[in-house]
Design a protein around this ligand. Structure first.
Ligand code: CTP
Ligand code: MG
Length: 229
């Protein structure tokens, strides 16, 4: 395959506060990871799929990933992650096949992201030859505050985007950025930017929201129930 997607699922899910690591928490009767893989395996282009899981849950993640892959299981692997998201992505990058030219990095916690949303990012990477990040306009008015919470200003919202995943990059750019490493960046585009590779923001999808808190999990449950009805 010329494309790969690294699905990072190795986080503990502190803010969700469930009994299990977040990607393995039930959402409408199946794990968050299984829902995420519905979108991944729904893409039409041949794609290498690399799932990054907590070390103790690699066998369970393999079972989930192979079941989701069906006949496409030749290009599926699971690897254990690290203490930070950046380390987990780095672990996943170690498994890239030589044929892969376009790399997507996707949060398992964005369980309802559609196949079209994932594929569009890859397509734009291939068209532009640069990094691509889906994002949404910011709806709320954003204030800056000082240490005492006194408002110091209103930030120009038109210049802001709330970004999602997958974030997509040409292979050599993301490999060079991760090989050089650096301070822990919260997303892949930030690490690439730190090494001189710029990215563009393209239209995101509200369905690609991240399940972070119990409220987000309820929202995902409701959306799936409406879809089934
Ligand atoms: N992730 C990972 N390895 C880590 C930390 C995070 O693979 N060491 C993954 C998570 O599994 C998740 C994605 O990165 O799919 C986005 O991270 P986040 O939503 O912050 O998940 P957690 O770190 O698990 O949650 P929290 O920050 O609330 O603990
Ligand atoms: Mg986290």
């Amino acid at each position: 395959p010329a494309r790969a997607i690294i699905v990072v699922a190795a986080g503990s899910g502190q803010r969700l506060g469930a009994e299990r690591p977040k990607a393995f928490v039930a959402l409408a009767g199946r794990s968050i990871l299984e829902h995420c893989l519905d979108g991944v395996f729904g893409m039409h282009e041949a794609t290498q799929v690399i799932v990054v899981a907590p070390a103790a849950l690699v066998p369970e993640a393999e079972e989930i990933a192979f079941r989701a892959a069906g006949a496409a299981r030749d290009y599926v692997s699971v690897v254990s992650g690290g203490a930070t998201r950046q380390e987990s992505v780095h672990a996943g990058l170690g498994l890239l096949l030589d044929s892969v030219q376009t790399v997507l990095v996707h949060d398992a916690a964005r369980a309802l992201a559609t196949s079209d949303h994932l594929a569009r990012v890859a397509e734009i990477v291939e068209q532009t030859g640069g990094g691509v990040v889906p994002g949404l306009a910011v709806a709320d008015t954003i204030k800056s505050v000082d240490a005492g919470d006194t408002i110091t200003g209103t930030v120009d919202r038109s210049a802001l985007r709330a970004v999602q995943t997958p974030q997509g990059f040409p292979r050599e750019q993301i490999l060079a950025a991760y090989a050089a490493g650096g301070d822990d960046h919260t997303d892949d585009a930030a690490l690439c930017a730190a090494h001189g590779f710029s990215s563009i923001v393209v239209a995101g999808d509200p369905l690609a929201f991240k399940i972070t808190t119990p409220w987000d999990l309820q929202r995902a449950e409701r959306l799936l129930a409406e879809r089934a009805a």
